[in-house]
Design a protein around this ligand. Structure first.
Ligand SMILES: [Zn+2]
Length: 80
């Protein structure tokens, strides 16, 4: 493997040296198609989305309960 060779990241389209890519034994080239920083971003986004989903479900739960008991969502929010 020539370390001087650049590989273009499929996410940010920036040519980067191979050491900027994580190794992936399942990939044809032996490296991830996207660079380390893009992978890091993606991981961050997944965490953000998970947090958002959790928050969303919680709010949905309140709304359901509020409907059921004929009280406002704010009423529940005070107790949780
Ligand atoms: Zn990238």
């Amino acid at each position: 493997m020539d370390l001087q060779t650049l590989k273009i990241c499929t996410k940010c389209k920036v040519p980067k040296p191979y050491y900027d890519f994580n190794k992936d034994k399942y990939a044809r080239e032996g490296y991830y198609p996207s660079c380390r920083s893009c992978n890091a971003h993606r991981r961050l986004n997944i965490h953000k989305k998970a947090a958002y989903d959790k928050e969303y479900r919680k709010t949905l739960g309140w709304k359901k309960a509020a409907n059921q008991y004929k009280v406002s969502v704010e009423f529940f929010a005070e107790f949780i």
